[in-house]
Structures are given as structure tokens and as C-alpha cells.
Ligand binder design. Sequence first.
Ligand code: GLN
Length: 451
Amino acid sequence: AYADRVAAKDGEIKAFLKLDREQALKAAEAADARRAAGKPLSDYDGIPVGIKDCIVAEGETCSCASKILAPVKSPYDSTAVARLRAQGFIPFGRLNMDEFAMGSSCENSAFQKTANPCDVSRVPGGSSGGSAACVAASFAPAALGSDTGGSIRQPAAFCGIVGLKPTYGRVSRYGLVAFASSLDQIGPMTHDALDAGILLDAIAGGDPMDSTSLPNPAGGFADAVRNSSGSLKGMKIGLPKEYFTGSGLASGVETITQQAIEKVRSLGAELVEVSLPHTRYAVAVYYIIATAEASANLARFDGIRYGDRKEGRDLVDTYFKTRGEGFGDEVKRRILLGTYVLSSGYYDAYYLRAQKVRTLIRRDFEEAYKRCDLMLTPVTPTVAFKFGEKTSDPLQMYLSDIFTIALNLSGNCGISVPAGRDPETGMPVGIQFLAPALDEARLLQVTDTFM
Ligand code: GLN
């Protein structure tokens, strides 16, 4: 049924870069046969899960929506995909994204523009825009995305679904094409909290192939949702004042966020004002650290080891041609920025200083969590914008990440939850719950209660 829906509707939405229908149907038949024989791999055997194109699956393309990796097929499964398969989930196609996960609208894909299923004249958000559109259009019940500075939560908010950024290290990054290694996390994009818990149960946990994955026991997320009390009594929810005053919130987003605050109060939560004073540096710090790490991570795409090679006169000319033609403008901009902030003479002034401010941002969160259990904030300053509205001004695009990126810098977990519709445009508005590290179970319970 899902494959049929994709065939009928994805011509308009363009969420998928690729879907091998025959292969998906075969996997579904195999799951049916296991079920008939009384031997399903799990309760979820046969359920399709869309996969963002930067999370590799054996035998599948992993272009990261970049020309430079267009011809590459992965020889192995990422840990997340291997764990899904082991429980019978069917990795379902390759989903569009901003090139190498750099962007907030999917318009940086080298191949196609994905439309927002709620209004096809608008972007689905990014960089996991294909994953959000896939779930919102019911092309699959769930999808995996990746979040470096908001790329799960922002498109989830734009498309009216749930998007969870787990704690850094909760999900193995083995087989996730690295953008900014100290910020990247894979996470679930779903219709509700229970599905997010089911998917997180499936993919979370330590992994010898990723030394930054956490050894802490993971699991029980779906059960936490099933057993949630349905009330927020006794819960202290912080409202970080920097996220509300003078933060440039569009009026529709503000209205829905205020309604969400009232709803949380009526469900029994106690609201407290908290402060994250270094929030105003978050965008600057992120775009130094993320670009620095990206410039190092993307150095491997040289046309020799991977991908599409454009032969030049000699080796250096081959590098120039391959990278010059293979990378899009935004990726080049980030490599230039990252190389600059790491270069001798500027390293101390930019990169080192950004790392210090990152520590202050992390401490802000630690201080705030002394006064509350969770925080509630907006996800994005506006609803999904129209195609082309922000492409001419990269800085404007970067500023739209203001509410999501501090979380990645802190390493904690957060979730974007549908909260209502903008009265003016009818587009979905999300709110964000933020929690201390490893508190995903509570985050999912609160999400379930709120929805
Ligand atoms: N929009 C942010 C960026 O362009 C976040 C991207 C992400 O989380 N992958 O870097």
C-alpha cells in the first residue's frame, strides 16, 4: 500500500531520490511468510521505514543529495539500518535532503526539490526534508533523519510530524556520512510519540563501531510511552526567556506556542522561567564548529577514493575539477568557512573561542535543569516558507536555526511536536521539548501526553 502511494503521489512531492519497489515488495513478502510460519523477527516485522540518503544501506546509493557521490553504492549497512533489518523493518528507499545535510529547506539538494505535503508551494524544511515529507505524505509510517543543528526537528515542525533528536551518542553514527561529527545524531521521524519510541528502541544502544556511542543501557522507550500517566502533574517545565523575548517569532507561531504553554499548564505542569544567557551566540558558534568539522570530514571526497572523478591534467587538477564540479554552492561555502576558521592565525580567534563558548552554552543548560525537568520552546521562528524565499541570503537561512542548534552544542536530547496550525497560512506549527542527556523516555511521555 505504501509503495502504491509513493507511485501515485511522489511525482508531485519528490521525497524519494530512489525507491526499488520490487525489492521492497520482496522484503514484505518474506516478512509475510515469516509471520505465516509463526516466526516474525519482531512485532514490527515487515514495516517500511524511509531512510535519509546520508544513512547508508548495503547495495543502495548514498549520494547525500550530492553530485560527487551520485555513482556510489554502499558496500555495508549503517548500524541503525542493520538494527532495523534485524527486527524485520524494511529500509524503504532513499530520501532527499540538503546536500551533505547542509541547509534548512532541501533546496540544496543537487537533484530535486521536495515539496511540503501540507502545501506544495512551500519547502518541507531541511536537511531531513525528504524524511519529513515521506512521513507527512504517508509514504511510510516512519523515517530516519539526522540532526546536526535541527535537521530532524525543523522539518518535522514544517510538515506537522514528530521528530526526535536523541542525546549525542544514543544512536551509533557508524554509516552516517559525517557532516559535523561532534553534533550529528540519527533519530526517528514519526506521526506520534509511541512510534518514535518504537523506532528509538530499535536503533539505540552502544556500538563498537562508533567510539562516541554511549554504553548506557538503551531501550524501554516504547513501554515508557505505553505506561505514561497521561498527566504532567509534578513536572516542572522551564520557559527559557531568551527564546521568547525579541526572538523574532512570527505572530502565528507565537500564538500556537502560547496555546501550547496553556495546554501544558492545564495538564498539570508547573511552569518556571529559566535563562539560557549564551543563546545569542549559538548561531555563530554553531556555524564555526559545524563548518570546521565539515571541512575536515569532506576532505575525503577527492574523486580518488570515492565517487565521481573528473580527470584533470594531474592529481591536483583532478582534485580541483572533481570537487569544483561535484560540490554545490552551499557545501563549498561551508568548506571555505571551515578551512578559514581552522587556519593558522585564525584558529585561536574563531575555532578555539567557539569551543569555549560551546562549553558556556552547555553549562547554561545544566544550570537551567537545576530549576526544571524539561524546557518548552518554539522550534522555528516561522512556518514553512515558499520555495526561493530564502535562497538568496544564506545568513537569513542560518538564522532560522536559532531555536534548534543550541541543543546539538549541548549534546542533550529534544523533540519537535505538532502543536497546531498557523491561523494565517494553515501551515503546521511545532513546539519543542528539551530534556537533559539520556532523558528521552520522559521526553516521549510528555510528548504523548501533550498530543
Ligand atoms: N540547518 C542547519 C545547517 O544548515 C542544520 C543542518 C543539520 O542539522 N544537518 O547546518
